[in-house]
Design a protein around this ligand. Structure first.
Ligand code: NAP
Length: 326
């Protein structure tokens, strides 16, 4: 049976999604936040967040996200834990398909963030859940007492993972494809100062070796071509993220890396559909900037919905144009 359309459907429940839901609901909009089966975004995978204003002692990422979701609910947003499979923007109200449900929306805020990238090795796939992971905060405690843990990558995530693992394992080996880190100076300093962490520079992992679990990685020096084997109990891959936009392909303009193309900060190529956070922001990618974008997207969505209700906006024509373009 067709459901009454929501004024604003927020897709995603990281800092951008939760903030959008708070602003939309507080503006009196009937708001649904489709939080995903694994809600909360990337902060769920982090330990202490020290740069989110208002928490001088730092705050645990998952705790911060619990509080943001609670705030959205208290503001009046409904929350469902489903993954969005598809949208249909050639009809108005817009349609959003999540799990087995179908929702309609006068406006949509996309705040689906970005997911971890993988190395793309066949052996990596084989060992996921058996020693290979993209989330040290979630899985490294399983390797407490390990002789060696490998972390792949040279960014802040890799340093954070290395430091986290150093509290649990005897040794941590960071394998990075260049001879210098991308991570912030503060994180580099901490990692370099930790005697348990060693670095293998200019090197890539070609294969993950093991039996029922990970035993080692095969590495190759990209400058000399020399290969070697490093024994380890676990491999944490921290090589960046890819935006979660597959369900929008063909509907909303995406760039070559799959990020939503925006104008005026949060507007997408479809009127009434707004983007917030890491799903379009390649540059800043911070919880606080994502929250800021969530606020902006919600304010724009509220204005759009008000326009629709006053008859000033003709979204049916937009939907028709989107359908024809597709
Ligand atoms: P990132 O900054 O994009 O770094 C990704 C790293 O992985 C880079 O060093 C990159 O190498 C390497 N890499 C990429 N593809 C690779 C491949 N196929 N094989 C091997 N190595 C590969 O990603 P991130 O570390 O996840 O950080 C994302 C954002 O979140 C950043 O803005 C970061 O500052 C922020 N963050 C902050 C904190 C914190 O403040 N505590 C913690 C985590 C993340 P190259 O350097 O050669 O490109």
């Amino acid at each position: 049976m067709a459901q009454e359309p929501y004024d604003i459907v927020v897709i995603g429940s990281g800092p951008a999604g939760c903030t959008a839901a708070v602003y939309a609901a507080r503006a009196g909009m009937r708001t649904l936040m489709i939080a995903g089966v694994t809600p909360g975004g990337q902060l769920m995978l982090t330990t202490v967040v020290e740069n989110f204003p208002g928490f001088p002692e730092g705050v645990n990422g998952p705790d911060l996200m619990d509080r943001m979701r609670e705030q959205a609910e208290r503001a009046g947003a409904e929350v469902v834990h489903e993954d969005v499979r598809e949208v249909d923007l050639s009809t108005y109200p817009f349609k959003v398909y999540a799990g087995d449900s179908e929702y309609s929306a006068l406006s949509i805020v996309v705040a689906t963030g970005a997911a971890s990238k993988w190395l793309g090795l066949e052996s990596e796939k084989r060992f996921i859940g058996r020693g290979v992971s993209s989330c040290a905060t979630c899985d490294a405690p399983l390797f407490k007492g390990a002789k060696n843990i490998v972390v792949v990558g040279g960014g802040d995530s890799a340093m954070e993972y290395a430091l986290f693992c150093a509290n649990l394992a005897e040794r941590v080996t960071v394998i990075h494809r260049r001879d210098r880190l991308r991570a912030s100076k503060a994180m580099q300093d901490r990692a370099f100062a930790n005697p348990k962490i060693t670095f293998v520079w200019n090197s890539v992992v070609d294969e993950i070796l093991g039996d029922v679990r990970v035993r080692a990685v095969k590495v190759r020096d990209v400058k000399t071509g020399e290969t070697g084997v490093i024994e380890c109990d676990a491999v944490f891959v921290a090589i960046g993220h890819a935006p979660a936009t597959e369900f929008l392909r063909g509907w909303v303009e995406l760039d070559e890396d799959g990020y939503i193309v925006t104008r005026d900060l949060v507007r997408t190529s479809v009127d009434g559909v707004f983007a917030a956070g890491d799903v379009h922001d390649k540059k800043y990618k911070q919880a606080i900037t994502a929250a800021g974008f969530g606020c902006m997207a919600a304010l724009e969505a509220v204005r759009f919905v008000e326009g629709v209700k006053l008859g000033q906006v003709r979204p049916q024509l937009i939907a028709k144009a989107v359908g024809e373009k597709r």
